[in-house]
Design a protein around this ligand. Structure first.
Ligand SMILES: *Cc1c(COP(=O)(O)O)cnc(C)c1O
Length: 367
C-alpha cells in the first residue's frame, strides 16, 4: 500500500539483510524437531556461551529492573586494562554492527559523501551507506580478497569512510599484518578507516594497531571487535569500537543511552576472563578449518583459504545446496546475496558436526 507520507527514498533500493535462518523457524517449516537441527549459518560459537558468562548473567538477573550502566564502566575498565588502552579509547555497541551505524551518524551527513568497501564485503556496510543516503564505491576483489591498493586508489575528496574487514566475511580472506599497516598509513587522514576485526581472534598473523591508537597517531582509525563470535555471545548483542578518544567522544553522542543491556554487560565482563573457552574455541576452529580444507580438496571442490571460523566453498548451485541441506536439518548460508551464487558459507562446528555437514554435502553433490 502506498503510505500517506514520504519515506526515506534510500529505502526503495535498500537490501533487506538476510540473516542465517533461525533453528526454530526451519523446524516449524519442515515439521522437524529443533533438537536435530544443526545451525552452521551465522558463524556462531558451536561450544555455546562461556560458562563463566552464563553464571554471571544468572547473578545479574535479579537486578534487571534497573537500567544498565549506560557508560559500561566496569566493562570498559576491564577491557582497557586487557588491551593496554584507556576507557576513553572504547565505545560499546549493541553488537559491533551498531558501531557501524554510529559511524554513519557521525561521518555520513553530507549529501555527496562517499564510502569505499570491497566487492565481497560484509552486508552491513552497504546497508549503512544506503541508510545515510551516500554513495557506496565497491572496489573489485582480487582472488576474492580485498584489493587494498585499488581501495586506496578509489578514495576521492568525497570519501569519508573506508570499510575493511580483516579477516573478511563472507570470504574468510585476510591481508597480512604488514599489508594492513601499509594501508592504514597510506589512507589520507581525513578519511576514517573502519577496520572490522570481528574474526581477529582466529587470525594467526594479526595486525596489532593498538599501539598506534594509544599514541594518538591515528585519529582516523577505528577498530571494531565483537563478543558474538569467539566469545559465543551473539544472542546478547555486544561489540565495541576502539579509536582516538576525541573521535570516540563524538561517536558516544550518537548512541542510545542504554544500548548495551545489563545481562550483556555482565556476560561480556565474565567472558573476558574465560581463557579456557576462548582457547577451546580457537583450537576447534583451526582443526575444523583443516578438516574442511582437506575434504574439499579430496572432493575436488574449490574453497577459499579461511582465516575465520567459517569456510566458503563452491558447490555449483548454492541455493539448491542450501535447500537440500536444510531438508536434512542443516542450516548453512547461501551466498547469492553476496554475488557469489555458486558458493555456500559453512560455519565451523565440532568435529561430529563438521562430519555430518560434509557427509550431507557429499550426498547432495553425488560425490
Ligand atoms: C559477525 C560480524 C560482525 C559482528 O556483528 P555483531 O553485531 O557484533 O554481532 C561484524 N562484522 C563482521 C564482518 C561480521 O561477520
Amino acid at each position: 500500500m502506498p503510505l500517506p507520507f514520504p519515506t526515506n527514498p534510500s529505502l526503495l533500493t535498500l537490501p533487506v539483510y538476510q540473516p542465517g535462518r533461525p533453528i526454530q523457524e526451519v523446524a516449524r517449516e519442515l515439521g522437524l524437531s529443533p533438537d536435530g537441527i544443526l545451525k552452521m549459518a551465522s558463524n556462531e560459537n558451536t561450544l555455546g556461551p562461556s560458562p563463566l558468562a552464563v553464571k554471571a548473567m544468572r547473578k545479574a538477573l535479579g537486578a534487571t529492573h534497573l537500567y544498565p550502566d549506560g557508560n559500561a564502566f566496569y566493562l570498559k575498565a576491564k577491557l582497557a586494562a586487557k588491551l593496554g588502552l584507556t576507557p576513553g579509547h572504547l565505545i560499546f555497541g549493541n553488537g559491533s554492527n551498531e558501531i557501524l551505524e554510529l559511524i554513519g551518524h557521525t561521518l555520513l551527513w553530507e549529501k555527496d559523501a562517499e564510502v569505499v568497501a570491497s566487492q565481497y564485503c560484509f552486508a552491513v556496510y552497504p546497508i549503512v551507506a544506503a541508510l545515510f543516503g551516500v554513495r557506496l564505491v565497491l572496489v573489485p576483489a582480487k582472488n576474492y580478497a580485498h584489493d587494498l591498493d585499488a581501495m586506496l586508489a578509489a578514495i576521492t575528496p568525497e570519501t569519508r569512510v573506508v570499510f575493511v574487514a580483516n579477516p573478511n566475511n563472507p570470504t574468510g580472506t585476510a591481508a597480512s599484518a604488514e599489508a594492513i599497516s601499509r594501508f592504514v598509513a597510506a589512507v589520507p587522514e581525513r578519511v576514517l578507516i573502519a577496520l572490522d576485526e570481528a574474526y581477529i581472534e582466529f587470525l594467526d598473523d594479526a595486525q596489532d594497531l593498538l599501539p598506534e591508537l594509544l599514541e594518538g597517531r591515528r585519529p582516523n582509525l577505528i577498530l571494531m571487535r565483537t563478543f558474538s563470535k569467539i566469545y559465543g555471545l551473539a544472542g546478547l548483542r555486544v561489540g565495541y569500537g576502539m579509536g582516538h578518544p576525541d573521535f570516540i567522544a563524538e561517536l558516544e553522542k550518537t548512541r542510545q543511552p542504554f544500548n548495551v543491556n545489563a545481562l550483556a554487560q555482565a556476560a561480556a565482563l565474565a567472558a573476558l576472563d574465560d581463557h579456557r573457552h576462548v582457547e577451546r574455541t580457537r583450537r576447534l576452529t583451526v582443526s575444523g578449518r583443516a578438516f574442511f580444507k582437506r575434504a574439499f580438496r579430496r572432493l575436488g571442490l574449490e574453497s577459499i583459504e579461511s582465516h575465520a571460523n567459517f569456510v566458503l566453498v563452491r558447490v555449483g548451485d548454492g541455493q539448491r545446496v542450501f535447500q537440500e541441506l536444510q531438508k536434512l536439518g542443516i542450516i548453512i548460508r547461501p551466498m547469492a546475496s553476496y554475488q557469489l551464487p555458486e558458493f555456500v558459507r559453512i560455519s565451523i562446528g565440532r568435529a561430529a558436526e563438521n562430519k555430518r555437514c560434509l557427509d550431507a554435502l557429499q550426498k547432495i553433490l553425488g560425490r
